[in-house]
Design a protein around this ligand. Structure first.
Ligand SMILES: [Fe+2]
Length: 252
């Protein structure tokens, strides 16, 4: 990795790469210029999702053995790509103004078709998922995010326990989430299918900071029916740097 050769830490490199990918992904959509006009535009930009797939910031094999290379490749190039393609069709069919963020569409997704709900959610959720993971990551958060987790859950271990329960008990396909609510408190929950906490149709609401895909396509090749093992392994690849950036942006 050239960034590392130039003296950047892996975390700094991935963070910069993530921002560069975001900028590339937003170029031509009008979203970047819209954000740049905000006083906190640079910070808020980490909460904005492009309508198209952004490149992975790491190789398909980079998260192994926690998530194997074939799962990552199929997940990114087939499943997630399909959501992005179908979202593109939906925004054209339903004449969505793509100068507005995808997040705005999700906030009023009840006004759109089921195709928009499933694929807008599917695209957003996966774009977030790739960013909140990184090689040689895991561990625990620090700073303001760590303090907020302690304040909201009592301890990091209690937060992990609640998140694990949400992920393991989500019946069928769905996602587990850490969100920050309008009251600035953190909360853990889950949603079905490709719904997410940004959606007006969701019972569980907030700004997603961390999301875990618990669809079988996310783990079945390596873990088969053992979803709890996959959930446990996820903690080894959580990119707390990105989660903390999202928390800081959402807390402005
Ligand atoms: Fe998925």
């Amino acid at each position: 990795m050239k960034g590392l050769e130039n003296g950047l830490s892996r975390r700094e490199f991935l963070s910069n790469t993530s921002k560069a990918s975001l900028a590339i992904g937003l170029a031509g959509t009008g979203i970047l210029s819209a954000c740049a006009g905000d006083a906190n535009g640079e910070d808020k930009a980490v909460l904005v999702t492009s309508f198209t797939q952004t490149p992975l910031a790491y190789d398909y094999a980079a998260l192994a053995p926690n998530i194997d290379a074939m799962t990552m490749e199929i997940h990114y190039t087939k499943h997630a790509a399909s959501y992005a393609k179908s979202l593109g069709e939906a925004i054209a069919d339903e004449k969505v103004d793509t100068n507005k963020p995808l997040e705005d569409v999700l906030a009023e997704v009840s006004k759109y078709t089921t195709k928009m709900r499933n694929n807008g959610g599917g695209h957003y959720n996966h774009e977030l998922f790739w960013k909140v993971m990184a090689p040689n990551a895991g561990g625990k958060p620090t700073g303001d995010l760590a303090a907020a987790i302690d304040s909201s859950f009592g301890s990091f271990d209690e937060f992990v326990s609640q998140f694990d329960t949400a992920a393991k008990t989500r019946f069928g396909s769905g996602w587990a989430w850490l969100v920050v609510g309008a009251d600035k408190k953190l909360a853990v929950g889950s949603t079905a299918n490709q719904d997410n906490p940004l959606m007006d149709v969701s019972d569980f609401k907030g700004t997603p900071l961390l999301g875990l895909d618990v669809w079988e396509h996310a783990y079945y090749l390596n873990y088969q029916n053992k979803r709890p093992d996959y959930v446990s392994a996820f903690w080894n690849v959580v990119n707390w740097n990105t989660v903390a950036e999202r928390f800081a942006a959402a807390s402005v």
